[in-house]
Ligand binder design. Structure first.
Ligand SMILES: [Zn+2]
Length: 341
């Protein structure tokens, strides 16, 4: 594909960097074997002359294909330039369409910073299990004039667009680039942390990734005003709530773009409000971060509501503002709602 035109959120398989390598996207290009006791399987190149790179190397060669309750994976076929880094507990393999641009934008150090921060949020004091420590990150530039930059997270890998060109709004574009990267990094960590558990409800998955993606972006950006401007596009407690998440969850199957939009904006606003209220209620002793490792291990009801165990934890603060935030953004089970429906 022509340089600067690949929106990686399409999760397609595309030839990159003058055909030096091909991005192989499991969601659109690989059949995943579903077995009764489906653990994980291995992807190997068909012949010795084919170079294959994945996220997690298997003991007997080849690369892990995740089990079917996990997010899909991304692979690289061919000979890209690969960089390895140790970031805390993680070993990360990076592939880029253009290393000069990636280094110039400081993407390697901002990713390391985001992984440290988000790894701490997701795992807290628990050591990261050995099999969850190898990651693959693929950077692909997209022309700012294209108007769209995206990402896609896999089980141990993710793709992220970074914005190039467009001389005018360079700081704004960098903030968007960092936000996308951190959003996808959060998804990846959340998938690993859930392990064998079923996928998170879509609105939860997308809204927490967006909230923590913005928080990580804010830490990585030196220009506070630029970060704040981007945050305000998503987090706005004054914005009217059009539909609560108990209604939005079903929308993902019908109108995914609209449901995503609600998760990114209204959903991120919910977590920001809950975080703020927890800090106030606890005089700064607690925050949302403390609840995330537990929340990611919970079973979620199918109606788009929050798990009972999480609500019980929050209610132990006995603070009506927490209750109000939940009612305003998420809604409640019909039998406890006084709407007269
Ligand atoms: Zn997402």
């Amino acid at each position: 594909m022509r340089d600067g035109t690949v929106d990686v959120s399409a999760q397609a398989s595309v030839s990159m960097a003058q055909r030096k390598w091909v991005l192989l996207s499991e969601p659109t290009s690989l059949l995943r074997v579903v077995e009764a006791n489906s653990q994980q399987s291995t992807l190997r190149p068909a012949d010795a002359g084919t170079e294959l790179l994945g996220a997690t190397p298997m003991d007997k060669g080849g690369w892990r294909v995740p089990a079917d309750n996990n997010a899909p994976e991304f692979f690289v076929v061919g000979t890209p330039g690969i960089e390895h880094r140790r970031v805390g507990d993680f070993t990360v393999r990076y592939v880029a369409d253009d290393w000069q641009r990636v280094h110039h934008l400081g993407l390697m150090s901002s990713h390391a910073q985001a992984l440290h921060y988000l790894g701490d949020v997701v795992y807290a004091d628990t050591p990261v299990p050995e099999r969850e420590r190898a990651l693959l990150v693929v950077w692909v530039g997209i022309d700012a004039r294209h108007g769209r930059a995206g990402g896609a997270a896999g089980s141990r890998s993710f793709l992220a667009n970074y914005m190039i060109g467009g001389d005018k709004n360079v700081p704004d574009h960098l903030a968007v680039t960092f936000m996308i990267m951190a959003h996808e990094q959060f998804h990846q960590l959340a998938d690993a942390r859930r392990g064998e558990l079923p996928e998170l409800p879509a609105w939860i998955n997308e809204s927490i990734a967006q909230y923590y993606g913005l928080r990580a972006m804010q830490r990585a950006i030196h220009d506070a005003a630029t970060a704040e401007k981007l945050i305000r596009q998503f987090i706005d407690p004054d914005r009217e709530v059009e539909q609560r998440f108990a209604e939005v969850e079903g929308m993902f199957a019908i109108d995914r773009p609209r449901a995503l939009e609600l998760a990114y904006r209204q959903g991120a606003t919910f977590w920001a409000e809950l975080d703020r209220t927890l800090r106030v209620a606890s005089d700064g002793a607690s925050s949302l971060d403390e609840y995330i490792p537990g929340l990611l291990q919970m079973k979620f009801p199918e109606d788009g509501l929050l798990p009972q165990a999480f609500l019980t934890q929050l209610r132990s603060w006995n603070d009506s503002r927490i209750e109000q935030a939940i009612m305003k953004y998420v809604g409640a089970a019909p039998d406890t709602e006084n709407s007269g429906r």
